[in-house]
Design a protein. Structure first.
Length: 131
């Protein structure tokens, strides 16, 4: 795949799975043995993690601010926002509006996302929930 096609795949993942809350899109966009931060999750494991996030933040949205591609890798630096309505990392729903950032590096294999390394500003997010 071209670098532009790889970037489009990553854009589609966040647009469909997160912003569109279409968890079925995971089956089209991720390889069956998907790995996240070294943890073999597969599609089902990733679906469960995304669902947990969407349960805690049911109106969660993501905007890719910077997208870079080289070889089979795409990097996406993002801004996220939503309302904390249910338990997340031990903090019961607060009803607070939150905003945080993340940076992900995703490896593309045969037109699907095979692996991801993610750094989320959890400290900033938790300080908003507890503050």
């Amino acid at each position: 795949m071209s670098l532009e096609a790889n970037k489009e795949l990553v854009r589609s993942f966040y647009a469909e799975v997160i912003n569109g809350q279409d968890l079925d899109a995971i089956d089209r966009l991720l390889v069956p043995d998907f790995v996240h931060n070294g943890e073999p999750r597969g599609r089902d494991g990733q679906r469960q993690r995304v669902q947990a996030f969407l349960t805690a933040f049911p109106d969660l949205q993501s905007e890719i601010l910077i997208k870079l591609a080289e070889g089979d890798l795409v990097t996406a630096h993002q801004r996220w926002w939503g309302t904390h309505d249910a338990e997340f990392l031990g903090v019961e729903g607060t009803g607070k509006q939150v905003e945080f950032t993340s940076t992900a590096i995703l490896r593309i294999e045969d037109g699907m996302i095979a692996q991801a390394w993610d750094q989320v500003d959890l400290l900033g997010l938790l300080s908003q929930l507890r503050g």
